[in-house]
Design a protein around this ligand. Structure first.
Ligand code: C2E
Ligand code: CA
Ligand code: CA
Ligand code: CA
Length: 279
């Protein structure tokens, strides 16, 4: 018995170290990727209740020379822990604003909005507001078409300071969007103290909605709350016509998901936009 517990302890230590080694390797790779510029942005279309294209969400992609495409779920958490999310997040902001400026220079794309994900540690940087304003100004993009997506984890510490930081960017025209709404613990009391323009219903609710009709109650509660607080509502993870119809009936304003399109590289996004015009 002692022997088994020792060996299982030894095994645990080996696994933990292996895990640590993999993480160190990943961190080294991540640093190289930042230096080499191995990231790309993909753009997932967002449509209105008539299916018309109104904007996109920028989603980061890491194209690794040997390991291939590494999904954000596999490196964003590590980037947050190591602080590398700050240079990565700044790269995302610069690349997204550069694309938005290009759209704004063409009449056919000048109306599009671009949603950009901001991580909690990025937001917590003391110079966050300054960095964002500077990147936006240098890009020449109109900030009124920029939506920054944040998560409820940013509302855990000093809410007054958080609200003030958000307001500084609201004043230059940026819209704040609450991502993964419904998965956190934010109370009404918190939500009405921060300058949010919209909330995104998490895709887990959208999925449950079609498999289990009673979950529509959850969507309706979210819609009710959003109406009272004056938020626009975006539904993410829309995969079927049925889901789209139910969400539209419930009063959602914007829709995003595989039913319309997966995230696309820029050329494919432009093709999507053009073909959506014809049909
Ligand atoms: P998120 O912000 O909630 O983004 C939505 C995710 O759902 C994306 O995954 C998107 O590809 C996926 N998705 C879109 N439509 C559907 C659908 O119909 N069904 C399903 N099942 N999934 C759908 P992706 O691109 O792998 O990104 C995962 C997460 O990584 C994002 O979740 C976000 O939290 C993070 N992330 C991505 N890009 C960035 C970034 O530039 N900065 C930061 N900080 N985080 C990012
Ligand atoms: Ca998002
Ligand atoms: Ca989301
Ligand atoms: Ca998410």
């Amino acid at each position: 018995n002692t022997l088994t517990s020792i060996s299982s302890l030894a095994l645990t230590v080996i696994i933990m170290n292996a895990d640590l080694t993999v993480r160190r390797m990943m961190e080294v790779e991540l640093r190289k990727a930042i230096a080499n510029g191995d990231f790309r942005l993909h753009y997932q279309p967002q449509v209105d209740e008539f299916g018309a294209l109104v904007g996109a969400e920028a989603l980061i992609r890491w194209q690794h020379a040997r390991m291939g495409n590494i999904p954000p779920a596999q490196f964003i958490p590590l980037a947050e822990e190591t602080g590398l999310i700050v240079p990565i997040g700044n790269w995302v902001l610069r690349a997204a604003c550069a694309q938005l400026a290009l759209w704004q220079a063409q009449p056919e794309t000048a109306h599009l909005t671009l949603s950009i994900n901001v991580s909690a540690s990025q937001f917590r940087q003391p110079d966050f507001v300054h960095t964002v304003s500077e990147i936006v100004t240098l890009s020449g993009a109109d900030p009124r078409h920029i939506k920054l997506e944040l998560t409820e984890s940013m509302f855990v510490d000093n809410i007054a300071a958080t609200a003030e930081k958000m307001s500084a960017l609201t004043r230059i025209g940026i819209v704040w969007s609450l991502d993964d709404f419904g998965t956190g613990y934010s109370s009404l009391n918190v939500l009405h103290r921060v300058p949010l323009g919209q909330v995104k219903i998490d895709k887990s609710f959208v999925h449950d909605m079609s498999s289990n009709r009673t979950n529509i109650v959850v969507i309706e509660a979210i819609m009710d709350m959003a109406r009272k607080l004056g938020f626009k509502v975006v539904a993410e993870g829309v995969e079927t016509r049925k889901q789209m119809d139910l969400l539209r009936e419930a009063g959602c304003h914007l829709f995003q998901g595989y039913f319309f399109s997966p995230p696309l590289e820029i050329r494919a996004f432009e093709n999507y936009r053009r073909s959506a015009l014809v049909s």
